[in-house]
Design a binder for this molecule. Structure first.
Ligand SMILES: [Mg+2]
Length: 171
């Protein structure tokens, strides 16, 4: 099941990070749009900034996005963390870049995102631990609509087979 997330939580605030740390995760790779910020939001909320700042004590934080550099960089600068823009998830190019730069093993890296087709499929395919969160907002980038269409089909199939259900979170 290449699209099945290892963990599913409501949002990035709800993720049990200490559990990830105990599992040996050293690097948290966050998707940007609809995972840490709304797509039309220019700034990150104070709550999110505080969370990510606290997490830096235990993990290397990297933002990875298929969005353009100018948008991704402004968030990364604000959070004082590393980033990969125009990553072309689910392709592994961006993940490889992070692994190489920090000398991580794949099982020390965790991908956290709101899209099954890019974040979860890409993360699983690369061999990382994957955490799905619900999208922060209803609005997506235009290019995402086809992914959401595929995602609904996958989720419907998983629900039919009793594998997972939207809104039923697990660790
Ligand atoms: Mg996203």
């Amino acid at each position: 099941m290449k699209c099945y997330p290892n963990m599913y939580q409501k949002d990035i605030q709800s993720i049990p990070y200490q559990k990830l740390k105990k599992m040996g995760i050293k690097c948290l790779i966050f998707d940007l749009d609809n995972t840490i910020a709304l797509i039309d939001q220019k700034k990150i909320t104070e709550e999110t900034k505080k969370l990510l700042t606290d997490l830096k004590k235990d993990f290397i934080i990297v933002i990875i996005s298929n969005n353009i550099k100018s948008r991704v960089q402004s968030y990364a600068n604000y959070l004082d963390c590393d980033f990969v823009a125009t990553a072309m998830k689910p392709l592994s190019r961006g993940f490889r870049k992070i692994k190489k730069k920090y000398h991580f093993q794949k099982d020390e890296m965790c991908m956290i995102g709101d899209q099954i087709v890019t974040d979860i499929y890409g993360g699983n395919r690369y061999g990382m631990f994957t955490v799905l969160v619900d999208p922060l907002g209803e609005k997506d980038l235009k290019i995402t609509s086809i992914n959401r269409f595929i995602e609904r089909k996958i989720l419907n199939d998983y629900q039919k087979k009793n594998i997972m259900k939207k809104g039923e979170y697990y660790e």
